[in-house]
Design a protein around this ligand. Structure first.
Ligand code: SF4
Length: 343
């Protein structure tokens, strides 16, 4: 795998903004390349870079609020791009593009996807540049290929782990989705959110994986957690403190509904929602966290139910005597607040 950070953009910003200190944050998989870039920035411009040591899983994990605290001049958020290029007061989004080719895996996909005439294509930041070439290739094999339009947050065909709105809008027009890249995380999310057959095209192993089984498992676990939480008397409602996950309004709404139904609620706030962080709160029977939904949907380590926003909606429906329905099938599972307002 060769992932290239858009160094040219970083250099151009440094040349125009002339910072003395920059704050950098990047996902774990890009730390080596990020540190190399920081060294080059130091050598070329004499600019000091501070690397954020906090977790960075998505575009919600910007470090804009830390810029002033660290007396830095601006921040680079590496590896997660969006329809906007600057967020918050100080942060520049910087792409990281994966050079891997999809030729071989598309050949295999053409066979696996044969029963589906209309195919929706989607991917995440690193492979967005491959959408058009793969579309053309599949079209030469007789498929009708649709890429979901971008919006104010996301680029054409882009999905986040919590926001599938570009694909959700075309789900009725396609028979199946193909997700470019080796990311069960994104592919299973898309399968759950759209309710459509979804296949992951892994260009490293040249494998095509049907996500049905993984999606069914996640869905069952998510439903089970909701029903378990229905019996809880004491709830912990957790508001995430990460910049893009501060869903205070949703936390308040859920707290009110639970209290109206006679449940006791302890309101909590934390940056990282982990089993270790929840362990001391022994009096709490179930948690609802309004931060990253994937903590709940993919989290396999909790000893009590920890519900995401869609699951909390299902719980409230159950408590109020309504049918929860297919609560994971929606365009987005959280409304990111990532300071994604362009400066
Ligand atoms: S909140 Fe969304 S963007 Fe942030 S880590 Fe979770 S899935 Fe990714």
């Amino acid at each position: 795998m060769t992932v290239r950070i858009d160094e040219k953009r970083v250099f151009e910003i440094i040349e125009s903004e002339k910072p003395k200190v920059v704050l950098v944050n990047a996902p774990g998989g890009l730390l080596r390349q990020t540190k190399e870039l920081m060294e080059r920035v130091k050598e070329k411009y004499g600019v000091t870079s501070v690397l954020s040591g906090d977790s960075c899983f998505g575009i919600c994990d910007t470090a804009d609020d830390d810029v002033e605290e660290l007396q830095a001049d601006l921040a680079f958020h590496i590896g997660h791009n969006a329809a906007v290029t600057e967020v918050g007061d100080y942060t520049y989004l910087v792409d990281a593009v994966d050079d891997v080719e999809f030729g071989e895996v598309v050949e295999k996909a053409a066979v696996v996807l044969a029963p589906y005439k209309r195919v929706g294509l989607a991917t995440f930041s690193q492979h967005l540049h491959q959408l058009k070439p793969v579309k053309e290739r599949l079209e030469t094999k007789g498929f009708e290929v649709i890429i979901g339009k971008g919006n104010s947050m996301m680029l054409e065909g882009q999905v986040f782990g919590c926001d599938f709105s570009t694909s959700y809008q075309i789900r009725e027009q396609v028979d199946a989705f193909a997700v470019l890249g080796e990311s069960e995380f994104h592919a299973v999310g898309l399968a759950l959110a759209t309710g459509r057959p979804t296949f992951m095209l892994d260009p490293y192993m040249d494998e095509v994986t049907d996500m049905q089984q993984a999606a069914d498992e996640r869905r069952k676990r998510a439903i089970l957690a909701v029903y378990k939480a229905r019996d809880a008397r004491v709830f912990g409602v957790i508001t995430g403190l990460k910049e893009g996950q501060k869903m205070l309004g949703r936390s308040r709404w859920i707290t009110t509904r639970l209290e109206m139904s006679g449940r006791k609620v302890v309101q909590l706030a934390m940056r990282d929602v982990t089993a270790e962080r929840l362990a001391p709160h022994r009096e709490i029977d179930a948690f609802i966290q309004t931060a990253c939904p994937r903590i709940s949907i993919d989290g396999f380590t909790f000893d009590r139910p920890v519900l995401s926003i869609p699951q909390a909606d299902a719980l409230v429906a159950l408590i109020e005597g309504r049918e929860p329905g297919e609560f994971l099938e929606r365009s987005k599972w959280i409304e990111l607040t990532v300071g994604l307002i362009k400066r």
